[in-house]
Design a protein around this ligand. Structure first.
Ligand SMILES: Nc1ncnc2c1ncn2[C@@H]1O[C@H](COP(=O)(O)OP(=O)(O)O)[C@@H](O)[C@H]1O
Ligand SMILES: [Mg+2]
Length: 321
């Protein structure tokens, strides 16, 4: 429900919004703790966190597969799990290893999956399945039994199932798990294509680098809690980049930078780097040149999402969690 008195903005309603969403498993494990998530329409939203940080639990609550202990979740404007029947037909989902019939071929798995959708027209079923297989690159392997598929092929078949119908939202839980680098690239390309068609994509990953390559927005989870969320460019911009000087005179350059108040000066081969100071960078170049340092390159490298993560937590992004 909207608030009629609230100021209207141009931004459309978020595709996913949670408020204080919390899940405590029966064993007492607090898997998701007071999560406030906002996924803008049209975004490719990366849900990033180490293993065990609560990503799958959150996704299962969003998809109405499990009840939250407290808090609420809205998907496409409707409360979940209450509105599952209205919401789920508009959502394609791939959650933690798709359920497949090993004794059926990839194609027959999809035909079966499509037949389970009461809104799917049986007359166009074969064409839909063929298009989905093509989209994930499984056409050649479509006749093979699913149990003979590699993990990556199974993952792609699950993705094909999520792509049978045009969707407003795709929810992909670690879609590149088990894929080789080539397979990961293909999935990234596919995600970009889907996003270009206007589908909002929500994908979880424990790989920071992957999120940075494909996502417009991200949320970072650790131990069931949200550390931060927003546009990837803004998250990275909050971390300061590194000042990098390329020079054959590294020892002199390091000394001058320290004299000029640059912190954390590190020398590696023909480069000296440090934390950029809050003053005019031109003063630094002038000081280097005045000291006879031959400057071949000088600049501030853009901060990565990893820099932002380190700045937030004071530690590296630990995949093992
Ligand atoms: N069905 C379950 N019962 C009890 N604890 C669970 C269950 N599923 C997950 N957990 C625990 O909840 C936490 C979050 O798990 P999960 O949501 O799977 O994280 P992620 O997907 O980020 O790896 C972990 O500590 C995990 O062990
Ligand atoms: Mg998971």
């Amino acid at each position: 429900m909207g608030h009629p008195s609230a100021a209207r903005t141009d931004a459309p309603d978020p595709v996913i919004r949670t408020r204080a969403l919390t899940k405590r498993y029966r064993g007492g494990q607090l898997a998701v703790d007071g999560l406030d998530l906002t996924v803008p329409a049209g975004s490719v939203f990366g849900f990033l966190g180490p293993n065990g940080s609560g990503k799958t639990t959150t996704i299962r609550m969003l998809m109405g597969l499990i009840e939250p202990t407290s808090g609420s979740a809205r998907v496409l404007g409707h409360p979940m799990p209450r509105a599952s029947r209205a919401v789920l037909p508009q959502v394609g989902a791939l959650i933690e290893g798709p359920a497949l019939y090993g004794f059926l071929s990839g194609r027959d798995n999809l035909l079966r999956y499509d037949a389970a959708d009461p809104t799917a027209d049986p007359r166009t079923r074969r064409a839909r399945v063929a298009a989905a297989l093509e989209r994930v690159g499984l056409t050649a392997a479509a006749g093979k039994k699913a149990k003979a598929y590699s993990l990556g092929m199974k993952q792609r078949l699950g993705l094909a199932a999520a792509l049978l119908q045009p969707r407003r939202l795709l929810v992909l839980d670690e879609p590149t798990n088990g894929l080789d680098p080539q397979g990961m690239r293909e999935i990234r390309t596919l995600i970009r294509e889907l996003a270009a068609d206007g589908t909002t994509v929500f994908l979880s990953s424990h790989l920071l680098d992957e999120i940075e390559q494909v996502c417009s927005h991200a949320a970072v989870m650790a131990q069931g809690r949200l550390l931060t969320q927003g546009a990837v460019a803004d998250l990275a911009a909050r971390a300061r980049g590194r000042l990098v000087v390329t020079t054959p005179d590294t020892a002199d350059a390091a000394r001058v930078l320290k004299e000029q108040g640059v912190g954390d000066v590190v020398t590696a081969e023909d480069q000296v780097s440090g934390d950029p100071p809050d003053r005019e960078l031109a003063e630094l170049t002038a000081a280097l040149v005045a000291a006879g340092v031959r400057v071949r390159g000088f600049g501030v490298e853009r901060a990565s999402l990893e820099d932002a993560f380190v700045a937030l937590t004071g530690e590296g992004f630990d995949v093992a969690g």
